[in-house]
Design a protein around this ligand. Sequence first.
Ligand code: HEM
Length: 407
Amino acid sequence: MATPVSELSVPKLDFFLGNNRDDRRKVLRATAKESWLAQTDIGYTVLTYESVMGILRDKRWHSATGLAAQMQGIRDETFMNRRRRVSILNAEGEVHVRLRRLVAPAFSPRSADRLRPFMRDVVNELVDPIAHTGQSEIVQDLCEPYPIPIICELLGAPKEDWQLFSRLATDVLRIFSDDLQSVLQIIMDAQDELNAYTRKLIEERRNIPRDDLLTDLIAAEESGDRLTTEELEMMVEAVIVGGTDTTRNQLGLALVLFAENPEQWNILRERPDLAPRAVEEVMRYHGAVGGTVRFASEDIEYNGVLFPKGTFMSTSMGTGNFDESVFPTPDSFDITREPVGQPQLSFGAGIHYCLGASLARAELQEAFVTLSQRMPNLALNGSVEYKPTGVGIFGPAKLPVTFTAGN
Ligand code: HEM
Protein backbone atom coordinates (compact mmCIF):
# COMPACT_ATOMS: atom_id res chain seq x y z
CA MET A 1 0.00 0.00 0.00
CA ALA A 2 1.36 3.39 -0.96
CA THR A 3 1.59 6.01 1.81
CA PRO A 4 -0.36 9.21 1.11
CA VAL A 5 2.21 11.97 0.61
CA SER A 6 0.58 14.13 3.30
CA GLU A 7 1.46 11.46 5.91
CA LEU A 8 5.16 11.43 5.03
CA SER A 9 7.73 13.39 6.93
CA VAL A 10 9.92 15.00 4.25
CA PRO A 11 12.24 18.04 4.30
CA LYS A 12 10.59 21.41 3.66
CA LEU A 13 11.92 23.90 1.11
CA ASP A 14 10.95 27.42 0.16
CA PHE A 15 9.93 27.12 -3.54
CA PHE A 16 11.73 30.32 -4.55
CA LEU A 17 14.67 30.06 -2.12
CA GLY A 18 16.02 33.59 -2.63
CA ASN A 19 18.30 34.96 -5.30
CA ASN A 20 21.77 33.94 -4.25
CA ARG A 21 22.89 31.32 -6.76
CA ASP A 22 25.38 29.56 -4.49
CA ASP A 23 23.13 29.51 -1.42
CA ARG A 24 20.21 28.12 -3.44
CA ARG A 25 22.32 25.42 -4.98
CA LYS A 26 23.86 24.44 -1.63
CA VAL A 27 20.48 24.10 0.09
CA LEU A 28 18.98 22.09 -2.77
CA ARG A 29 21.92 19.70 -3.08
CA ALA A 30 22.17 19.14 0.66
CA THR A 31 18.44 18.31 0.71
CA ALA A 32 18.81 15.97 -2.28
CA LYS A 33 21.43 13.94 -0.37
CA GLU A 34 18.91 13.46 2.42
CA SER A 35 15.71 12.75 0.49
CA TRP A 36 14.43 12.24 -3.07
CA LEU A 37 11.31 14.23 -2.18
CA ALA A 38 10.78 17.55 -0.40
CA GLN A 39 7.75 19.66 0.38
CA THR A 40 7.50 23.25 -0.86
CA ASP A 41 5.08 26.04 -0.01
CA ILE A 42 3.06 25.20 -3.14
CA GLY A 43 3.43 21.42 -3.41
CA TYR A 44 6.34 19.01 -3.64
CA THR A 45 9.64 18.71 -5.47
CA VAL A 46 11.66 15.68 -6.58
CA LEU A 47 15.42 16.05 -6.30
CA THR A 48 17.29 12.94 -7.51
CA TYR A 49 18.11 11.93 -11.09
CA GLU A 50 15.89 8.87 -10.95
CA SER A 51 12.88 10.64 -9.45
CA VAL A 52 13.12 13.62 -11.85
CA MET A 53 13.19 11.17 -14.77
CA GLY A 54 10.43 9.13 -13.13
CA ILE A 55 8.04 12.09 -12.96
CA LEU A 56 8.89 13.62 -16.35
CA ARG A 57 8.48 10.28 -18.15
CA ASP A 58 5.14 9.51 -16.53
CA LYS A 59 2.35 10.86 -18.75
CA ARG A 60 -0.09 11.08 -15.86
CA TRP A 61 1.87 14.10 -14.62
CA HIS A 62 0.68 16.96 -16.82
CA SER A 63 2.54 20.15 -17.60
CA ALA A 64 1.80 22.99 -15.18
CA THR A 65 3.89 25.50 -17.14
CA GLY A 66 0.70 27.22 -18.40
CA LEU A 67 -0.70 27.71 -14.89
CA ALA A 68 1.41 30.71 -13.86
CA ALA A 69 -1.38 33.18 -14.72
CA GLN A 70 -3.96 31.19 -12.76
CA MET A 71 -1.59 30.93 -9.79
CA GLN A 72 -1.11 34.70 -9.83
CA GLY A 73 -4.90 35.12 -9.66
CA ILE A 74 -5.26 36.75 -13.10
CA ARG A 75 -8.95 37.13 -14.00
CA ASP A 76 -8.78 38.96 -17.35
CA GLU A 77 -11.01 36.78 -19.55
CA THR A 78 -9.39 37.67 -22.88
CA PHE A 79 -5.95 36.85 -21.52
CA MET A 80 -7.06 33.64 -19.81
CA ASN A 81 -8.81 32.46 -23.00
CA ARG A 82 -5.55 32.88 -24.85
CA ARG A 83 -3.69 30.92 -22.16
CA ARG A 84 -6.24 28.12 -22.57
CA ARG A 85 -5.53 27.79 -26.29
CA VAL A 86 -3.59 24.67 -27.22
CA SER A 87 0.18 25.13 -27.27
CA ILE A 88 2.77 22.40 -27.70
CA LEU A 89 4.33 23.63 -24.45
CA ASN A 90 1.40 22.47 -22.34
CA ALA A 91 -0.76 20.18 -24.51
CA GLU A 92 -1.13 16.60 -23.28
CA GLY A 93 -2.28 13.21 -24.56
CA GLU A 94 -3.29 12.72 -28.19
CA VAL A 95 -3.30 16.47 -28.91
CA HIS A 96 0.36 16.71 -27.90
CA VAL A 97 1.35 13.50 -29.71
CA ARG A 98 -0.16 14.80 -32.97
CA LEU A 99 1.57 18.19 -32.75
CA ARG A 100 4.89 16.69 -31.80
CA ARG A 101 4.72 14.13 -34.65
CA LEU A 102 3.99 16.82 -37.19
CA VAL A 103 6.69 19.27 -36.11
CA ALA A 104 9.53 17.03 -34.86
CA PRO A 105 11.21 16.45 -38.28
CA ALA A 106 11.59 20.24 -38.75
CA PHE A 107 13.62 20.36 -35.51
CA SER A 108 16.02 17.52 -36.36
CA PRO A 109 19.81 17.79 -35.85
CA ARG A 110 20.14 18.06 -39.65
CA SER A 111 17.81 21.06 -39.73
CA ALA A 112 19.84 22.71 -36.97
CA ASP A 113 23.10 21.99 -38.80
CA ARG A 114 22.04 24.00 -41.83
CA LEU A 115 22.10 27.12 -39.63
CA ARG A 116 25.64 26.60 -38.28
CA PRO A 117 27.43 28.88 -40.79
CA PHE A 118 24.87 31.58 -40.05
CA MET A 119 25.37 31.13 -36.27
CA ARG A 120 29.15 31.57 -36.73
CA ASP A 121 28.57 34.79 -38.68
CA VAL A 122 26.27 36.15 -35.99
CA VAL A 123 28.79 35.44 -33.19
CA ASN A 124 31.64 36.97 -35.20
CA GLU A 125 29.61 40.10 -35.97
CA LEU A 126 28.84 40.52 -32.28
CA VAL A 127 32.50 40.06 -31.26
CA ASP A 128 33.97 42.33 -33.98
CA PRO A 129 33.21 45.67 -32.25
CA ILE A 130 34.60 44.53 -28.86
CA ALA A 131 37.52 42.29 -29.88
CA HIS A 132 40.09 45.11 -29.85
CA THR A 133 38.98 46.46 -26.43
CA GLY A 134 39.72 43.37 -24.35
CA GLN A 135 36.69 43.94 -22.16
CA SER A 136 32.96 43.56 -22.31
CA GLU A 137 29.73 43.44 -20.38
CA ILE A 138 29.14 40.24 -22.23
CA VAL A 139 25.46 39.72 -21.38
CA GLN A 140 24.54 42.92 -23.17
CA ASP A 141 27.15 42.67 -25.94
CA LEU A 142 26.67 39.02 -26.81
CA CYS A 143 24.27 36.80 -24.89
CA GLU A 144 21.15 38.96 -25.17
CA PRO A 145 21.33 39.69 -28.91
CA TYR A 146 22.57 36.23 -30.02
CA PRO A 147 19.34 34.16 -30.32
CA ILE A 148 17.11 36.66 -32.18
CA PRO A 149 18.84 36.67 -35.59
CA ILE A 150 18.99 32.87 -35.44
CA ILE A 151 15.29 32.50 -34.75
CA CYS A 152 14.57 35.03 -37.52
CA GLU A 153 16.75 33.07 -39.94
CA LEU A 154 15.13 29.83 -38.80
CA LEU A 155 11.69 31.24 -39.58
CA GLY A 156 12.82 33.06 -42.70
CA ALA A 157 12.27 36.61 -41.39
CA PRO A 158 14.58 39.11 -43.15
CA LYS A 159 17.37 41.09 -41.45
CA GLU A 160 15.44 44.38 -41.57
CA ASP A 161 12.89 42.77 -39.23
CA TRP A 162 15.39 41.71 -36.50
CA GLN A 163 14.65 44.83 -34.43
CA LEU A 164 10.90 44.35 -34.74
CA PHE A 165 11.24 40.70 -33.81
CA SER A 166 13.44 41.49 -30.84
CA ARG A 167 10.83 43.94 -29.50
CA LEU A 168 7.97 41.46 -30.00
CA ALA A 169 9.96 38.65 -28.37
CA THR A 170 10.77 40.84 -25.34
CA ASP A 171 7.10 41.66 -24.89
CA VAL A 172 5.81 38.12 -25.49
CA LEU A 173 8.41 36.86 -22.97
CA ARG A 174 6.79 39.02 -20.31
CA ILE A 175 4.54 36.00 -19.71
CA PHE A 176 7.36 34.92 -17.36
CA SER A 177 6.84 38.08 -15.29
CA ASP A 178 6.05 37.65 -11.61
CA ASP A 179 3.69 40.64 -11.88
CA LEU A 180 1.63 39.52 -14.88
CA GLN A 181 -1.32 41.79 -14.13
CA SER A 182 0.70 44.90 -14.96
CA VAL A 183 1.87 43.61 -18.35
CA LEU A 184 -1.19 41.75 -19.67
CA GLN A 185 -2.04 44.32 -22.33
CA ILE A 186 1.57 44.60 -23.54
CA ILE A 187 1.72 40.80 -23.93
CA MET A 188 -1.57 40.59 -25.82
CA ASP A 189 -0.66 43.47 -28.16
CA ALA A 190 2.67 41.79 -28.93
CA GLN A 191 0.95 38.44 -29.55
CA ASP A 192 -1.49 40.10 -31.98
CA GLU A 193 1.32 41.83 -33.83
CA LEU A 194 3.40 38.66 -33.94
CA ASN A 195 0.47 36.58 -35.21
CA ALA A 196 -0.26 39.11 -37.97
CA TYR A 197 3.42 39.06 -38.92
CA THR A 198 3.49 35.25 -38.90
CA ARG A 199 0.38 35.05 -41.11
CA LYS A 200 2.10 37.30 -43.65
CA LEU A 201 5.20 35.07 -43.64
CA ILE A 202 3.02 31.95 -43.99
CA GLU A 203 1.27 33.46 -47.00
CA GLU A 204 4.63 34.22 -48.60
CA ARG A 205 5.97 30.71 -47.96
CA ARG A 206 2.80 29.10 -49.28
CA ASN A 207 3.38 30.98 -52.55
CA ILE A 208 7.15 30.59 -52.70
CA PRO A 209 8.54 27.78 -50.49
CA ARG A 210 12.07 28.32 -49.11
CA ASP A 211 14.69 26.41 -47.18
CA ASP A 212 13.46 27.36 -43.71
CA LEU A 213 11.53 26.09 -40.70
CA LEU A 214 8.27 27.78 -41.60
CA THR A 215 8.26 26.17 -45.07
CA ASP A 216 8.98 22.79 -43.40
CA LEU A 217 6.17 23.29 -40.90
CA ILE A 218 3.71 24.30 -43.63
CA ALA A 219 4.67 21.22 -45.65
CA ALA A 220 4.65 18.91 -42.61
CA GLU A 221 2.07 16.28 -43.20
CA GLU A 222 1.26 12.88 -41.86
CA SER A 223 -1.47 10.73 -43.31
CA GLY A 224 -3.15 13.79 -44.80
CA ASP A 225 -3.03 15.70 -41.50
CA ARG A 226 -1.50 19.19 -41.50
CA LEU A 227 -1.01 22.10 -39.11
CA THR A 228 -3.67 24.79 -39.37
CA THR A 229 -2.72 28.47 -39.72
CA GLU A 230 -3.57 28.98 -36.05
CA GLU A 231 -1.33 26.07 -35.08
CA LEU A 232 1.50 27.49 -37.18
CA GLU A 233 1.11 30.81 -35.32
CA MET A 234 1.22 28.91 -32.01
CA MET A 235 4.41 27.12 -33.08
CA VAL A 236 6.14 30.39 -33.94
CA GLU A 237 5.21 31.78 -30.53
CA ALA A 238 6.38 28.54 -28.86
CA VAL A 239 9.74 28.84 -30.62
CA ILE A 240 10.13 32.40 -29.34
CA VAL A 241 9.00 31.55 -25.80
CA GLY A 242 11.05 28.32 -25.66
CA GLY A 243 14.09 29.36 -27.64
CA THR A 244 15.10 32.93 -26.82
CA ASP A 245 15.64 33.51 -23.10
CA THR A 246 16.74 29.91 -22.54
CA THR A 247 19.59 30.13 -25.03
CA ARG A 248 20.83 33.58 -23.98
CA ASN A 249 20.84 32.65 -20.28
CA GLN A 250 22.51 29.31 -20.94
CA LEU A 251 25.26 31.07 -22.86
CA GLY A 252 25.61 33.58 -20.01
CA LEU A 253 25.91 30.81 -17.41
CA ALA A 254 28.47 29.03 -19.61
CA LEU A 255 30.63 32.15 -19.79
CA VAL A 256 30.46 32.60 -16.00
CA LEU A 257 31.68 29.02 -15.60
CA PHE A 258 34.50 29.45 -18.12
CA ALA A 259 35.58 32.76 -16.57
CA GLU A 260 35.68 31.04 -13.18
CA ASN A 261 37.54 28.02 -14.60
CA PRO A 262 40.20 29.44 -16.96
CA GLU A 263 41.93 26.07 -17.47
CA GLN A 264 38.68 24.73 -19.03
CA TRP A 265 38.51 27.72 -21.40
CA ASN A 266 42.09 26.96 -22.47
CA ILE A 267 41.28 23.31 -23.07
CA LEU A 268 38.33 24.34 -25.26
CA ARG A 269 40.49 26.82 -27.17
CA GLU A 270 43.04 24.10 -27.89
CA ARG A 271 40.47 21.40 -28.58
CA PRO A 272 37.39 22.85 -30.33
CA ASP A 273 36.32 19.25 -31.03
CA LEU A 274 35.33 19.16 -27.34
CA ALA A 275 32.58 21.78 -27.90
CA PRO A 276 29.71 19.21 -27.93
CA ARG A 277 30.91 17.71 -24.63
CA ALA A 278 31.46 21.19 -23.20
CA VAL A 279 27.82 22.08 -23.91
CA GLU A 280 26.57 18.97 -22.08
CA GLU A 281 28.90 19.65 -19.13
CA VAL A 282 27.92 23.32 -18.89
CA MET A 283 24.24 22.35 -18.97
CA ARG A 284 24.81 19.64 -16.39
CA TYR A 285 26.76 21.93 -14.10
CA HIS A 286 24.45 24.89 -14.39
CA GLY A 287 21.34 24.64 -16.58
CA ALA A 288 19.41 27.82 -17.37
CA VAL A 289 16.24 25.84 -16.63
CA GLY A 290 16.80 24.37 -13.18
CA GLY A 291 13.39 22.78 -12.89
CA THR A 292 9.94 22.49 -14.40
CA VAL A 293 6.45 21.95 -13.04
CA ARG A 294 3.73 19.30 -13.25
CA PHE A 295 0.44 18.46 -11.62
CA ALA A 296 -1.08 15.03 -11.02
CA SER A 297 -3.91 14.53 -13.55
CA GLU A 298 -5.17 11.59 -11.42
CA ASP A 299 -4.16 9.85 -8.18
CA ILE A 300 -0.61 8.62 -8.84
CA GLU A 301 1.47 6.06 -6.93
CA TYR A 302 5.20 6.52 -7.33
CA ASN A 303 8.03 5.08 -5.25
CA GLY A 304 5.60 3.82 -2.61
CA VAL A 305 3.95 7.22 -2.23
CA LEU A 306 0.42 8.23 -3.20
CA PHE A 307 0.13 11.69 -4.75
CA PRO A 308 -3.54 12.72 -4.93
CA LYS A 309 -5.00 14.17 -8.12
CA GLY A 310 -4.09 17.87 -8.39
CA THR A 311 -0.76 17.60 -6.50
CA PHE A 312 1.65 20.27 -7.72
CA MET A 313 5.14 18.92 -8.33
CA SER A 314 8.35 20.59 -9.40
CA THR A 315 11.20 18.53 -10.79
CA SER A 316 14.66 19.74 -9.84
CA MET A 317 16.86 19.07 -12.85
CA GLY A 318 19.55 21.18 -11.16
CA THR A 319 20.00 18.66 -8.33
CA GLY A 320 19.39 15.61 -10.56
CA ASN A 321 22.40 16.79 -12.60
CA PHE A 322 24.57 16.53 -9.46
CA ASP A 323 23.39 13.05 -8.55
CA GLU A 324 26.55 11.12 -7.70
CA SER A 325 24.98 7.81 -8.64
CA VAL A 326 24.88 9.01 -12.28
CA PHE A 327 27.64 11.62 -12.56
CA PRO A 328 30.81 10.70 -10.64
CA THR A 329 32.53 13.66 -8.88
CA PRO A 330 29.62 15.97 -9.75
CA ASP A 331 31.22 19.05 -8.17
CA SER A 332 34.06 19.20 -10.65
CA PHE A 333 33.35 21.19 -13.81
CA ASP A 334 35.19 19.20 -16.45
CA ILE A 335 34.50 19.51 -20.18
CA THR A 336 36.57 16.39 -20.89
CA ARG A 337 34.16 14.31 -18.76
CA GLU A 338 33.42 10.96 -20.41
CA PRO A 339 29.73 10.66 -21.37
CA VAL A 340 28.02 8.36 -18.82
CA GLY A 341 25.32 7.08 -21.16
CA GLN A 342 22.61 9.01 -19.34
CA PRO A 343 21.84 12.54 -20.48
CA GLN A 344 22.07 15.67 -18.37
CA LEU A 345 18.57 16.81 -17.44
CA SER A 346 18.52 20.49 -18.39
CA PHE A 347 16.54 19.86 -21.59
CA GLY A 348 13.91 18.02 -19.56
CA ALA A 349 12.75 14.45 -20.36
CA GLY A 350 9.71 12.54 -21.53
CA ILE A 351 7.13 13.84 -23.97
CA HIS A 352 7.92 17.53 -23.37
CA TYR A 353 11.69 17.03 -23.87
CA CYS A 354 13.01 20.24 -25.43
CA LEU A 355 11.92 20.39 -29.05
CA GLY A 356 14.72 22.86 -29.81
CA ALA A 357 17.51 20.81 -28.19
CA SER A 358 19.43 20.23 -31.46
CA LEU A 359 19.18 23.90 -32.35
CA ALA A 360 20.25 25.02 -28.85
CA ARG A 361 23.17 22.58 -28.88
CA ALA A 362 24.32 23.88 -32.27
CA GLU A 363 23.97 27.52 -31.12
CA LEU A 364 26.00 26.93 -27.98
CA GLN A 365 28.65 24.78 -29.69
CA GLU A 366 29.23 27.37 -32.39
CA ALA A 367 29.41 30.19 -29.82
CA PHE A 368 31.87 28.21 -27.64
CA VAL A 369 34.24 27.52 -30.55
CA THR A 370 34.30 31.09 -31.88
CA LEU A 371 34.43 32.79 -28.48
CA SER A 372 37.21 30.58 -27.10
CA GLN A 373 39.30 31.51 -30.16
CA ARG A 374 38.54 35.20 -30.12
CA MET A 375 38.41 35.84 -26.36
CA PRO A 376 41.45 34.05 -24.90
CA ASN A 377 42.13 34.37 -21.15
CA LEU A 378 38.52 35.20 -20.35
CA ALA A 379 38.29 36.46 -16.75
CA LEU A 380 35.74 38.11 -14.49
CA ASN A 381 36.12 41.89 -14.28
CA GLY A 382 33.91 42.56 -11.25
CA SER A 383 31.07 40.65 -9.70
CA VAL A 384 28.37 38.79 -11.60
CA GLU A 385 24.83 40.05 -11.12
CA TYR A 386 22.08 37.45 -11.55
CA LYS A 387 18.50 37.77 -12.77
CA PRO A 388 15.69 37.08 -10.30
CA THR A 389 15.11 33.33 -9.89
CA GLY A 390 11.31 33.30 -9.83
CA VAL A 391 10.60 32.90 -13.53
CA GLY A 392 12.04 29.46 -14.20
CA ILE A 393 14.78 30.63 -16.56
CA PHE A 394 17.93 31.74 -14.78
CA GLY A 395 21.15 33.42 -15.81
CA PRO A 396 23.40 36.43 -15.33
CA ALA A 397 22.00 39.95 -15.77
CA LYS A 398 25.48 41.49 -15.85
CA LEU A 399 28.74 39.72 -16.55
CA PRO A 400 31.75 42.03 -16.84
CA VAL A 401 34.78 40.24 -18.35
CA THR A 402 38.25 40.91 -19.66
CA PHE A 403 40.10 38.91 -22.31
CA THR A 404 43.17 39.22 -24.51
CA ALA A 405 42.38 41.82 -27.16
CA GLY A 406 43.00 41.65 -30.88
CA ASN A 407 41.79 38.17 -31.87
C1 HEM B 1 19.85 26.03 -23.86
C2 HEM B 1 18.66 26.34 -24.31
C3 HEM B 1 17.39 25.63 -23.92
C4 HEM B 1 17.04 25.05 -22.73
C5 HEM B 1 17.85 24.95 -21.45
C6 HEM B 1 15.70 24.50 -22.92
C7 HEM B 1 15.02 23.79 -21.95
C8 HEM B 1 13.79 23.20 -22.15
C9 HEM B 1 13.13 22.36 -21.19
C10 HEM B 1 13.64 22.01 -19.81
C11 HEM B 1 11.95 21.96 -21.74
C12 HEM B 1 10.90 21.04 -21.10
C13 HEM B 1 9.94 21.83 -20.27
C14 HEM B 1 8.97 20.94 -19.52
O1 HEM B 1 9.08 19.72 -19.56
O2 HEM B 1 8.09 21.49 -18.86
C15 HEM B 1 11.86 22.56 -23.05
C16 HEM B 1 10.79 22.41 -23.90
C17 HEM B 1 10.69 23.09 -25.11
N1 HEM B 1 11.65 23.84 -25.74
FE1 HEM B 1 13.51 24.21 -25.02
N2 HEM B 1 15.28 24.79 -24.18
C18 HEM B 1 16.27 25.46 -24.85
C19 HEM B 1 16.25 25.91 -26.15
C20 HEM B 1 15.17 25.83 -26.99
C21 HEM B 1 15.13 26.33 -28.36
C22 HEM B 1 16.32 26.98 -29.09
C23 HEM B 1 13.86 26.13 -28.82
C24 HEM B 1 13.22 26.44 -30.14
C25 HEM B 1 13.76 26.56 -31.25
C26 HEM B 1 13.12 25.48 -27.76
C27 HEM B 1 11.80 25.11 -27.85
C28 HEM B 1 11.15 24.34 -26.92
C29 HEM B 1 9.77 23.89 -27.07
C30 HEM B 1 8.83 24.22 -28.25
C31 HEM B 1 9.48 23.10 -25.94
C32 HEM B 1 8.18 22.38 -25.63
C33 HEM B 1 8.22 20.98 -26.17
C34 HEM B 1 7.00 20.18 -25.81
O3 HEM B 1 6.33 20.51 -24.84
O4 HEM B 1 6.73 19.19 -26.51
N3 HEM B 1 13.95 25.31 -26.68
N4 HEM B 1 13.01 23.30 -23.29
